[in-house]
Design a protein around this ligand. Structure first.
Ligand SMILES: [Zn+2]
Length: 268
């Protein structure tokens, strides 16, 4: 395998995962995933579309060429496989027009929502790096600087006897759209859903710089995190690593107090 298994190549419709990180859903999948250098995964439903094997690409669904976005993903994979390992992956952010179209379809007015909350649309990065694993042993994807800073901060806290773990890092627009689509299908209204979930596209997690942090043994994403040693340590030291709490008490966005949610913003 030529490429280190630590990059997620992102496209609007399809993610290209390095081999060895995705869980098999059948024995057949398990055999193929074990040998794959890369796996193409559809973002809207998580479906595995194809695996890159030593002898070439193997489709996992029928009519692979008809899958939206497949040409773009395959040309990106080809370029990645043919480039020397040192050439950097695609930089920058993905365009937002596809998200805006989906928001329109859901009947969600993103301009109104932005005006009400003071939040803004956040693009997905063109690639993410593996920053370790979260509490649930899922791969933790972040931008490269956020990943490096999280690892340094985590290790510094550990050296002071403070344990902390990641609950969740990067999440795609499709992930958040899926939450809305499932709830709408159950008969909830968009305004009902917005009381609990951020509108798709407006979560800091889309940008790959935000991280939900927990204390091992404590429940995830609960206000009680503010009483943990980990939180006290973060309040004192997180800024040294470029992390800031995005939603303190009485924040202007109308978002509940989230002592667990920290975003890497660079070091001033
Ligand atoms: Zn969060």
């Amino acid at each position: 395998m030529r490429n280190a298994p630590h990059l997620l190549l992102n496209t609007p419709d399809i993610e290209i995962w390095p081999g060895g990180l995705l869980r098999a859903r059948s024995n057949h999948d398990a055999r193929l995933l074990a040998r794959a250098s890369h796996v193409l995964r559809r973002k809207c439903d998580g479906r595995y579309l194809a695996v890159q094997l030593p002898r070439g690409l193997m489709p996992l669904i029928t009519r692979l060429p008809e899958v939206p976005g497949i040409d773009h993903a395959l040309s990106l994979l080809d370029a990645h496989l043919s480039l020397p390992a040192r050439i950097p992956p695609p930089q920058g952010e993905l365009p937002l027009h596809q998200l805006q179209h989906r928001l329109d379809q859901l009947g969600l007015d993103s301009d109104d929502y932005a005006a009400e909350t003071g939040l803004w649309l956040i693009a997905e990065p063109a690639h993410l790096v593996l920053a370790g694993f979260d509490r649930y042993r899922r791969p933790l994807w972040l931008t490269r600087p956020a990943a490096r800073s999280w690892q340094r901060m985590h290790d510094a806290a550990a050296a002071s006897g403070i344990a902390m773990d990641a609950i969740s890092g990067y999440r795609s627009h499709d992930y958040q759209l899926g939450i809305f689509e499932r709830k709408l299908a159950r008969g909830l209204s968009v305004s009902d859903i917005l009381t609990v979930n951020a509108a798709p596209g407006f979560s800091e997690h889309h940008g790959g710089n935000a991280l939900d942090i927990g204390a091992p043994g404590e429940p995830p994403a609960e206000e009680s995190f503010e009483h943990s040693d980990a939180f006290a340590w973060l309040q004192q030291h997180a800024a040294d690593y470029g992390f800031h709490m995005s939603y303190p008490r009485d924040n202007p966005h109308g978002i509940i107090y989230e002592p667990w949610h920290w975003c890497w913003m660079g070091i001033a």
